[in-house]
Each structure stands twice: as structure tokens, then as C-alpha cells.
Design a binder for this molecule. Structure first.
Ligand SMILES: NC(=O)c1ccc[n+]([C@@H]2O[C@H](COP(=O)([O-])OP(=O)(O)OC[C@H]3O[C@@H](n4cnc5c(N)ncnc54)[C@H](OP(=O)(O)O)[C@@H]3O)[C@@H](O)[C@H]2O)c1
Length: 248
């Protein structure tokens, strides 16, 4: 069983630990303080915990960097040896910065989301193909060809879950306004995302929309209202705003 060392013990580290464990990896969370697994929302039985204070030997290991991005230099100083593979999930930290900070044979940077815990993250990555097996332990891995492509893709996997949470919340509000009880509205909207996921797997979004809108029907009325409110442009601009912030 392949062993992975995750440096960090926050929300993302635990989500990846859970996903990798489900995918058959042996996982060690490496943290500054002992982890209280009893308070974790993730099912982390079988995941080990090692502590590091001033040093951690990475020689020949597969490691994932999952602490706050500003701590890269501070943590890197504590690492000794040369890793086999280094995967960074640190936001706003490019491949060159990771290569300069940590010694390894192979490298990749990636941008997963918290669905990694359920092996359902869509995760763009940039770097060595050899890292794709680990990244696939979070869900689906998508290799990007350039830094600019990776940066934009990271907004979709990393930020867009929050954009869609806003859409989900608004649809729940709409359903309640129409007379559905809150509990049922939440169930309906959550199921709706499952339905759309399945439909999008075999259909382009524009064709999916067209197939649902009948002439002079109810759906096209709603679509026309969304267009009137500039929803499409709002999402395109939201991606651009997050990308600008990421750059800097
Ligand atoms: N959350 C997401 O959806 C998401 C998605 C993609 C990528 N990421 C990336 O994942 C990384 C972790 O994010 P998170 O959401 O898991 O944050 P988090 O829950 O706040 O956890 C932060 C982690 O960083 C560690 N840390 C903070 N300062 C440190 C320092 N000076 N030295 C060593 N460790 C330090 C913390 O250790 P202590 O507990 O000891 O303080 C903790 O384990 C970030 O780089 C973020 O960009 C997050």
C-alpha cells in the first residue's frame, strides 16, 4: 500500500486524507500538534498522525503540502532530505516556488476542493504526470498545459463550489417562496445538483438547456428572467474577479 505524508492538519488536509484512505492509500497526517481525531468530521480511522517540531525527514517519501501558503518557507526550512514526490495544494503558490522550497524528484501543484473527502473533487494539476495517481485519490484529475491555464482552472475547482452554493441557496429560497417547506426545498435542490451532474456528463450545457425549454413554456420564462438579470455575465465576471485576486 502506497504511503502518503500530508503536511498540515486543517480542513483540506483531512478531506484529502479521507479521500486517499478510501482510495487505498496509507495516510500519515504530519502536524505541529497532536490531532484530536474524535472532533474530526471526517472518518479518519486508520490515518496515522506524526508530529514535527523543528525537523521532518522527507527522504524518499511522497508528501503533500497542505498548510497555509504563507508558511511555505518556514516549513521548508524544517524539511530534510529529498522527497520522491511533492504535491502542493497551496493557493497562490506556483510550481517554481514549490521547487525552490522543497527538494524532490517529481513535483506537481493542484487545486482540489473539499469534495476530495468523498473522492468527488475535480482537481486540475500542473507538473509531473507521475503525481496523477495521488491526485486521482481525491476524485478526477485534469492535467493542465500551462500556468495560466492552471490558474483559471483552479478558480473553477477551488472557488466555484462557493458560487454554486450561492445558487443552491437562492433556489432553496425560490422554492420556499413558491410554498415548499424548507426541509423539502433543501432535499430537492441537493437532488437537483445530482440530476444536473448526470445530465451534463452526456450533454453540452447549451443543449441541455435547449432540451428542457419547450416553445412558449415555463422554463424559457425563467431563463429569460435570468438573462435579464445578467446571471451569465455575473458568473463570467465572478471567475475573472477571483482570478484577478489570485494574481494579486
Ligand atoms: N479549504 C479549501 O477548500 C482549499 C481548497 C484548495 C486548496 N486549499 C489549500 O489548502 C491549504 C490549507 O487550507 P485549509 O482550508 O485546510 O486551512 P485550515 O483548515 O485553516 O488549516 C491550515 C493548516 O495550516 C497549518 N499552518 C498554519 N500556519 C502554519 C505555519 N506557520 N507552519 C506550519 N503549519 C501551519 C495549520 O496548522 P495548525 O493547526 O498547527 O495551526 C493547519 O494545519 C491552504 O494552502 C489552501 O490554499 C484549501
Amino acid at each position: 500500500m502506497s504511503k502518503i505524508y500530508i503536511l498540515g492538519s486543517g480542513a483540506m488536509a483531512k478531506a484529502m486524507a479521507h479521500g486517499l484512505k478510501n482510495s487505498g492509500f496509507s495516510v500519515v497526517l504530519v502536524s505541529r500538534e497532536k490531532i484530536d481525531f474524535s472532533t474530526s468530521t471526517e472518518l479518519l480511522d486508520g490515518v496515522e498522525n506524526e508530529l514535527y517540531e523543528n525537523s521532518f525527514d522527507i527522504e524518499g517519501k511522497d508528501i503533500i503540502l497542505a498548510f497555509k501558503p504563507y508558511a511555505l518557507d518556514e516549513v521548508a526550512k524544517k524539511l530534510s532530505g529529498k522527497a520522491k514526490k511533492v504535491l502542493s495544494v497551496l493557493a497562490r503558490t506556483d510550481l517554481e516556488a514549490v521547487k525552490a522550497a522543497v527538494k524532490s524528484a517529481d513535483y506537481a501543484i493542484c487545486m482540489p476542493n473539499l469534495a476530495a473527502a468523498k473522492n468527488a473533487s475535480i482537481t486540475p494539476f500542473l507538473g509531473d504526470e507521475s503525481l496523477s495517481k495521488i491526485i486521482s485519490g481525491f476524485g478526477k484529475a485534469v492535467k493542465m498545459a500551462s500556468k495560466s491555464e492552471f490558474d483559471a482552472a483552479g478558480i473553477i475547482s477551488g472557488c466555484a463550489p462557493a458560487f454554486l452554493a450561492l445558487v443552491a441557496e437562492a433556489l432553496v429560497n425560490g422554492a420556499i417562496r413558491g410554498g415548499v417547506r424548507a426541509k423539502d426545498a433543501n432535499k430537492l435542490v441537493s437532488g437537483l445538483f445530482d440530476s444536473v451532474r448526470v445530465l451534463l456528463a452526456s450533454s453540452h450545457p447549451a443543449l441541455l438547456k435547449e432540451s428542457i425549454c419547450s416553445p412558449a413554456g415555463t422554463t424559457i420564462e425563467g431563463v429569460a428572467k435570468l438573462e435579464e438579470k445578467g446571471v451569465r455575465s455575473a458568473f463570467i465576471e465572478a471567475v475573472a474577479a477571483s482570478l484577478n485576486k489570485q494574481k494579486g
